[in-house]
Structures are given as structure tokens and as C-alpha cells.
Ligand binder design. Structure first.
Ligand SMILES: [Zn+2]
Length: 294
């Protein structure tokens, strides 16, 4: 799982107390924190979607979606919680949409404060808690199979067999039910001309994987350098700057009251703000964050 930097946590805390939940979310979406975090996820996930595992040969933030495992609509409190975030491809993110994957259903407590970290609380394999390979296998990232309820739930939710299903003209629910044991028999009968033998497809998939791993390594080396630069930039920011920025956001969005309260917070320095991880008030003009460790 990716962690946020200390300076980013302080920045988030400062903005959280300054603006409303929806404004906080739109701020986070545009923030450098989210941009850096997405890149860190790309590195950790080796440029593979957290759900379909397809490799994407790019580190461009616009090409990846930041996926909220527990979706924004039902669990806004986990909008910026690292354990709830991973990068996904656009197809999977669109297919999953606002589906609620927390168990048991119906939701017992939509306002729960702690992000659940137990595998059994999720209806699909969780990007950070579960081992994807323990739940699913695939052939050339087009035909996915699973022997588990969780794996089948993911196949269905993210429409992982979409290409095979659409090209074969099959009914999606039929395929979702059949992938467990008889998918190839079903495809053999339904697609003309028949697809290659499953074993040949699997060999091609392995070769493709090997080639992709070489591409991934090259991309990740460059990504590592970008991340180091982004982390240094984030560490230089102070929480005071974050508060000022929060005020600016509030001002831009026409939130006069919030803007005024943020201005008060800034002017109240060097009084400590509860949200800051500080033992004592900082000296006048000093950074109110601990010195960056690097
Ligand atoms: Zn995907």
C-alpha cells in the first residue's frame, strides 16, 4: 500500500478543516498530492490496472484513474485514504462505477470511521489486501477465469471478459456463470472461426507478459526519478502554506465564510492548530512541520 508523505498529511488536514467535504474532494482531485500519489501507485502496481491487471505503457496521470475501492458516493470519508486508493484503467473504473463492494450488504454503517482492512469485508479481491493471482487467472488479458466467488464477482463487476463476450456475441451473464469450468467449451461452440487452443493462447500470454516486464522495468526507472522529485517538492511545503492555499480555494469557490475562517487561522499563528502533528507551537516565521528527513 502507498502511504502519503508527512507534509501531505498536514496539508490534507489543513484543507479538511477549512473547506466543506465536496470542496475538499474537488481540491484533492486537482492537488499535487493526488498526482504524486497516482504515480506512486503506478510504481507499486508496476503499471498494471488493479482489477484487470493489464499493463499500460505510460506514466501519464491522465491515462490512469485513481480508483476508490469503497466508492466516493457511499464512502466520502475515505476519499483521500491511502488504503482505499489504487490506480485502475479507464475501462475497469467505468465498469465498476459506484458499485458498493463492502460486505455484508446491505451496508450496516455507511459512516464507518475506520477503513476495513479484512479481506472478507470486500466482495472483490482488494488491490492491497488480497493476492490477485490467488483469485483469478487470465488468457491474454481477454479471457479471465476464477474458481472463487470473489474472482467471479470481479469478472462480472469490471466486465473483464468484455472483449471475448462482445466478439463472441455471447450473453454476459451466461459467460459469467460459465467461466468457472466450461468457458472454453462455450466459446468453441459460439465463435466462428473457433479460437486457438487454450494452451496455445496461454503460451502467447506468457510471451506477452515477458515482453511487457522488460517495458515495465524501463518505465519504472524513469518513474522512480520523477517520484523522487515530486516527494522533495512535497516535503518543502509547509502546513502554513497549505492553510493559505485552502483559503485561496475557498475564496475562488466563493465561500466567503470559509475564506474568512481560514484567514483567521493563518493570522492566529503561531498558535498551534489541532490538526497539525505538533507538540509545541512553532517559533514565529518557522515552518510548522517537522524538518523533512531527507
Ligand atoms: Zn483494468
Amino acid at each position: 500500500m502507498i502511504e502519503l508523505l508527512q507534509s501531505e498529511l498536514a496539508e490534507i488536514a489543513a484543507v479538511r478543516i477549512a473547506v466543506s467535504e465536496s470542496n475538499f474532494n474537488s481540491w484533492f482531485d486537482k492537488s499535487g498530492i493526488k498526482a504524486r500519489f497516482k504515480k506512486a501507485c503506478m510504481q507499486q502496481q508496476r503499471l498494471r490496472c488493479c482489477y484487470c491487471r493489464k499493463f499500460k505503457d505510460t506514466t501519464n496521470n491522465n491515462e490512469w484513474d485513481l480508483e476508490h475501492v469503497l466508492c466516493e458516493q457511499w464512502y466520502p470519508q475515505f476519499f483521500a485514504t491511502p488504503g482505499n486508493l489504487a490506480v485502475a484503467c479507464k475501462q475497469c473504473n467505468i465498469a465498476k462505477n459506484q458499485a458498493d463492494v463492502l460486505l455484508p450488504q446491505p451496508r450496516p454503517d455507511p459512516r464507518l470511521e475506520e477503513l476495513p482492512i479484512e479481506s472478507h469485508r470486500y466482495s472483490i479481491p482488494h488491490p492491497w489486501i488480497d493476492d490477485w493471482d490467488a483469485f483469478l487467472s487470465h488468457v491474454n488479458y481477454q479471457v479471465y477465469r476464477s474458481d472463487s466467488e470473489k474472482g467471479l464477482a470481479l469478472i462480472k463487476l469490471c466486465k473483464l471478459n468484455k472483449i471475448a463476450v462482445e466478439e463472441g456475441g455471447l450473453n454476459y451473464d451466461t459467460v459469467a456463470a460459465a467461466v468457472k469450468t466450461e468457458f472454453f467449451e462455450l466459446v468453441d461452440n459460439a465463435i466462428d472461426p473457433p479460437p486457438l487452443d487454450a494452451e496455445v493462447l496461454e503460451r502467447v500470454a506468457r510471451l506477452t507478459d515477458n515482453l511487457q516486464e522488460l517495458q515495465v522495468d524501463a518505465r519504472l526507472r524513469a518513474l522512480g526519478r520523477t517520484l523522487a522529485t515530486l516527494a522533495r517538492g512535497a516535503a518543502k511545503r509547509t502546513a502554513e502554506q497549505a492553510v493559505i492555499e485552502a483559503g485561496r480555494i475557498a475564496c475562488n469557490e466563493g465561500l466567503a465564510e470559509v475564506s474568512a475562517s481560514v484567514t483567521n487561522l493563518v493570522q492566529a499563528q503561531p498558535e498551534p492548530i489541532d490538526a497539525y502533528p505538533l507538540a509545541a507551537p512553532p517559533a514565529q516565521g518557522a515552518s510548522i512541520l517537522p524538518e523533512p528527513s531527507s
